[in-house]
Design a protein around this ligand. Structure first.
Ligand code: SF4
Length: 483
């Protein structure tokens, strides 16, 4: 993106404040455009054919200026489609990353059908609640092991029947990939095909054009990768993903890592020339399993499998940090999968905004009018920790969540986002007095210093709870009901 302030964007908008975009002013729309919460198409005057002569040129120029440095590629369709790439910065703190690393887990065409279907369902349905959202997996990578086009097509058919997740169709043989794409409905699901190389690029270019699907280019030689990207782009195929190879250990790993950094640096900071590789990057941490005998791979729990699954997670974590936009993985063991998915969730939050929940009054369990009333802030991590400590100990209670701009208790008290006035406003706006008859509120221990002034400002009795919500059960036994 070559433009960074709402005022710069505003200069290219019609400036009529007509509100057709749903915003009160063009400037408000400009801010949302920069945040990618609105699209240019949401401003009808810019795209109105009748107004073309007036604003069309500005619209085209603005589209160019707003385009992300790394091309954004969409894989799949519908609710579970994923966008990868589309990044503008090398480091998250410079602004934010926009699209999370997509995690594709593999299945292969020599799997027995029942096992295949069960694994696809497991990938498709896996979810874990974490700081206010369900983490899920993003795609299924269907690998050809047999090199048999018919067998691969049959495998793709079975996978498609089991999931609406995006697919990655993997083979270096274009005939095999084509057999999968020709199945009814598969190409329409916009799978990513993997992979065009120096040898087979003509066939893969043909497939990408014929079926209008994104395509991965693979070469461990960056010059070759660059040439392939240029060739495909010039041929009109621009939804590309680059795989520079993922060596799992030693000097090879160091070299792979360095290629990811060089490619992303060229994509974001490079002049016109570097832009030839400004595409999303793919890492394949499952290379850690290569060389492991099939029996060892399938015998889950043996030491080789355990080591491979741990090492795969380490590789994945490395490439989540720099700069994989999509990865193909194998181990669905919790000790491998959970750290990987959690790291993706943590890296791809917007550093400019704390992760927060809505303020309000929440009932935990089945509280009555004599149940305890706890206070917390709307920083998501704080809220879910407190809520979980109370609910897992089956304490029927009320939890009032103050709006502290997403800050935790200690920071909010220090910064003034949690003070006596805020407490008064919180208790009144959520009509807390209608829910409890005791008029006693339990402040977190970390907010002890505002207890006196809160009592004065609100007229409620304030008792100071523990500093750590994990100690609430023991604290309640001694302190509730209040005297
Ligand atoms: S629709 Fe376009 S011209 Fe109208 S207010 Fe929105 S940005 Fe401005």
């Amino acid at each position: 993106m070559k433009i960074s302030s709402p005022m710069e964007v505003w200069k290219y908008l019609p400036g009529t404040n007509c509100k057709e975009c749903g915003e009160k002013t063009c400037l408000a729309f400009a801010s949302l455009l920069l945040e990618r919460k609105k699209k240019l198409e949401d401003c009808p005057p810019l795209f109105d054919p009748l107004a073309k002569s007036k604003y069309g040129e500005k619209g085209r120029k603005l589209a160019e200026l707003l385009a992300p440095e790394v091309r954004e590629v969409e894989i799949g369709v519908g609710e579970r489609a994923v966008k990868i790439g589309g990044e503008d910065v090398l480091h998250r703190h410079e602004r934010t990353f926009f699209n999370r690393t997509a995690l594709a887990y593999d299945v292969w065409d020599t799997m027995p059908e029942a096992e295949l279907r069960a694994r696809v369902r497991r990938i498709s349905e896996w979810q874990k609640f974490y700081v206010g959202e369900f983490l899920r997996l993003d795609a299924v990578a269907v690998r050809s092991v047999s090199d048999d086009a018919e067998r691969f097509a049959e495998c793709v058919r079975q996978v498609s029947e089991e999931t609406d997740l995006p697919l990655v169709l993997c083979s270096f043989d274009a005939r095999v990939v084509e057999a999968g794409l020709k199945l009814a409905g598969v190409a329409e699901r916009r799978p990513l095909i993997y992979a065009a190389t120096e040898r087979n690029w003509r066939e893969f270019l043909g497939l990408a054009k014929q079926f209008e699907v994104p395509v991965t280019l693979f070469s461990e030689n960056l010059d070759t990768l660059n040439r392939l990207a240029l060739t495909f782009s010039l041929a009109g195929v621009k939804d590309l993903v680059l795989d520079p190879g993922t060596q799992p250990v030693g000097a090879g790993l160091e070299e792979s890592f360095s290629k990811f950094v060089r490619l992303r640096r060229a994509g974001i900071e490079g002049e016109e020339k570097g832009k030839e590789v400004a595409f999303p990057l793919m890492a394949v941490p499952m290379t850690t399993w290569v060389g492991l005998a099939r029996e060892a791979r399938e015998n889950e729990g043996n030491s080789e499998t355990l080591e491979a699954s741990y090492w795969e997670a380490i590789l994945a974590d490395l490439f989540i940090l720099k700069y994989a936009d999509i990865m193909i993985l194998h181990s669905t063991e919790p000790h491998s999968l959970i750290p990987v998915r959690t790291l993706v969730a943590n890296i791809y939050t917007d550093p400019r905004r704390p992760v927060s929940v809505n303020p309000g009054l929440k009932a935990v369990g089945n509280p009555s009018e004599s149940s305890p009333l706890f206070v917390t802030t709307n920083f998501a991590l704080t809220y879910y920790t407190v809520e979980s400590d109370i609910s897992s100990n089956k304490i029927d209670s009320f939890l009032v969540v103050a709006d502290t701009d997403g800050l935790g208790v200690e920071a909010a008290v220090a910064g003034g986002q949690l003070n006596a006035e805020v407490m008064k406003e919180t208790l009144e706006s959520f009509a807390v007095a209608e829910k409890v008859k005791h008029k006693t509120v339990v402040l977190p221990g970390l907010a002890a210093r505002i207890s006196g002034e809160t009592e004065d400002a609100t007229g409620w009795k304030v008792v100071v709870g523990p500093r750590d919500s994990g100690q609430i059960p023991g604290w309640l036994e001694k302190n509730w009901p209040p005297e």
